[in-house]
Design a protein around this ligand. Structure first.
Ligand code: B12
Length: 505
């Protein structure tokens, strides 16, 4: 008798962020999941109903997550994992399968894109991995399952069949980014805020995708296969206007790795922002060399509402910059940070420390250099050996733990030859203390708006960030005496920094 295959009922898709916290970025704000906003838009276009559930930003724990899954009764639960969040992402999918063994479980994002074999072979509760961009692949997978089509035709898909792991080819990346349909109506905007700007409503937006750089410690050039595509300036600026008008967004972080790669396009964006004043201040990352290139238009950056620029300096010596394949010169970083400061824009940078040859002396030298560069903020990060990054083979012999939850740039994972992990941890805390204590004392040299902004930042650092303990200890020991206004913040012991502030546990 011929078997008739009926269509499967797949209608409801829950997109859930893993409840992972490293305590770094959460001290500065609550951040939406932009990948999910795009995936939700594509899923709805394909006829699926979506629950966008940002458990991470809600600070929800397993009982709340379980309840939400039980209430929504999804046919598919999908989650996202970068390396630090993969353990919780898997726990989330395991829970979904326990609640309903019929549910389809899917994982995507950067860790899944590279470590798919490990994920699929070790976790029987995980049904599918999608590599790379998900807008085409996730609806294609669910439609294929619904219609009982051939999984071999679903692009970017990795799946198990008995003992065989199938790895489908990756489709070309989206070229027409203007045609994407982000589901901006789904996030609960009341919870997304940037704490240094009280009562702000914060979005994450993307004006371009990709990275053409070659940094050996990073994952992004691999994820985007060193390509870069961009939205048109009109389309991007219209989105900011919409976010402000419909959702009250007042601050947006650009998720782009290199938003200014094409100077003509960037100039047009700045001109449109200046002309239309969408009511949204921007926080962005860019490259040292692109700031130097744009020295003549930094005033436009400011007039366009760019309030905060992060440039990844990463290393304090030319030798280390070369190991990181940064393609920049040590002296360029100082010049770029000077340009940002001169434009009265908040400057931020980070240094990646804890390499195998790190010593207390070299960390001290890096802090000296950070003070010389004089950004408003500097963060001292612990190198994380992403298992798929170019630098991995160099770091592998020095890896002290395979607990991916610690691969968060805060916890040291690589053990330098001359230091213990706890010495690295202390040295990173000490580096931040020294840097920010110096900045406390220079507060009055900043422009009035920067003084106000930086006071909020200090308040967050002293009371709420992962550095809080060290900052408090310093204040209490009387070491590196604090200016009175900062002591007052410490004394008050709490901050008025956001509309939905979730304290770091
Ligand atoms: C926004 C952001 C965040 C947000 C995350 C918000 C959230 N709710 O998840 C915040 C600020 C909270 C954050 C935190 C962290 N982040 Co972060 N973050 C970014 C950033 C800047 C942009 C990501 C983004 O929105 N991209 C744009 C969207 C459209 O692309 P996408 O997310 O890749 O999504 C697409 C695909 O990946 C795929 N996809 C994604 N998810 C899924 C899920 C499924 C099911 C499918 C099918 C497909 C799919 O489809 C999407 C659409 O095409 C990236 C760097 C970058 N420029 O990409 C770093 C980055 C992802 N973060 C990183 C890190 C390390 C962290 C932290 C661990 C540490 C830190 N110091 O910041 C913390 C940990 C989080 C925590 N809670 O403690 C690293 C990850 C490195 C790695 N290889 O693991 C990155 C790459 C930065 C870097 N260059 O190193 N981050």
């Amino acid at each position: 008798m011929q078997r008739i295959s009926f269509p499967m009922k797949i209608k409801r898709v829950a997109l859930i962020t893993p409840p992972y916290h490293s305590g770094v970025v959460e001290s500065a704000g609550t951040w939406l999941n932009l990948g999910f906003v795009y995936l939700a838009g594509a899923l709805r276009q394909a006829g699926f109903e979506v629950d966008y559930y940002d458990a991470m930003s809600c600070w929800h724990d397993w009982p709340e997550i379980q309840k939400r899954i039980e209430d929504f009764r999804p046919d598919c639960v999908a989650t996202a994992a970068f390396t630090a969040s993969v353990v919780d992402a898997l726990a989330l999918l395991r829970l979904a399968k326990e609640i309903n063994p019929q549910v389809i479980t899917v994982i995507g994002n950067v860790h899944a894109t590279f470590c798919y074999e490990d994920l699929v072979s070790k976790n029987t509760f995980l049904d599918y991995v999608i590599r790379g961009e998900g807008e085409g692949a996730l609806p294609a997978l669910l439609t294929c399952l619904k219609e009982r089509g051939s999984l071999a035709k679903v692009p970017n898909l990795v799946y198990r069949e008995g003992k065989i792991i199938h790895v489908n080819r990756q489709a070309p990346m989206l070229t027409e980014l203007d045609r994407a349909v982000p589901a901006w109506d789904l996030p609960d905007w009341s919870m997304y805020s940037y704490f240094p700007k009280p009562q702000s409503t914060l979005a994450i937006v993307s004006s371009s995708r990709g990275c053409t750089q070659n940094c050996s410690f990073c994952s992004q050039k691999l994820f985007w296969q060193q390509t870069w595509r961009a939205r048109s300036p009109e389309n991007f600026v219209a989105e900011l206007e919409l976010l402000h008008r419909q959702h009250g967004v007042t601050v947006a972080m650009l998720a782009d790795e290199t938003p200014t790669l094409d100077r003509q396009r960037w100039l047009k964006i700045l001109d449109l922002l200046i002309e239309r004043q969408p009511g949204v201040k921007l926080l962005m990352e860019t490259r040292v060399d692109d700031i130097l290139r744009d020295h003549d238009i930094m005033e436009k950056y400011r007039l366009a509402g760019i309030e905060h620029i992060y440039v990844g300096v990463e290393a304090g010596t030319q030798a280390m910059l070369d190991i990181f394949h940064k393609g920049t010169k040590v002296e360029s970083s100082k010049a770029a940070i000077d340009l940002i400061n001169q434009a009265d824009i908040v400057s931020e940078t980070s240094f990646v420390l804890g390499m195998p040859d790190e010593t207390p002396e070299s960390i001290k030298n890096t802090v000296d250099l950070a003070l010389h560069y004089n950004p408003d903020m500097a963060f001292f990060l612990a190198i994380a050996p992403w298992p798929y990054a170019d630098l991995y083979p160099t770091l592998e012999p020095h890896i002290a733990t395979d607990d991916y939850r610690r691969y968060n740039l805060v916890d040291p994972v690589v053990k330098p030859i001359a230091m213990t992990l706890s010495e690295v941890s202390e040295a990173l805390g000490g580096a931040a203390q020294r840097f920010f204590m110096h900045k406390f004392h220079k507060l009055k040299t900043l422009s009035p708006w920067k003084q106000e902004f930086m006071t909020k930042v200090f308040s967050i650092l002293v009371n709420n960030s992962y550095l809080a303990g060290q900052m408090m200890a310093m204040a209490q020991s009387g070491k590196g005496s604090m200016p009175p206004e900062i002591l007052e913040i410490v004394r008050q012991g709490k901050t008025d920094v956001g509309k939905n502030f979730a304290p770091i546990p």
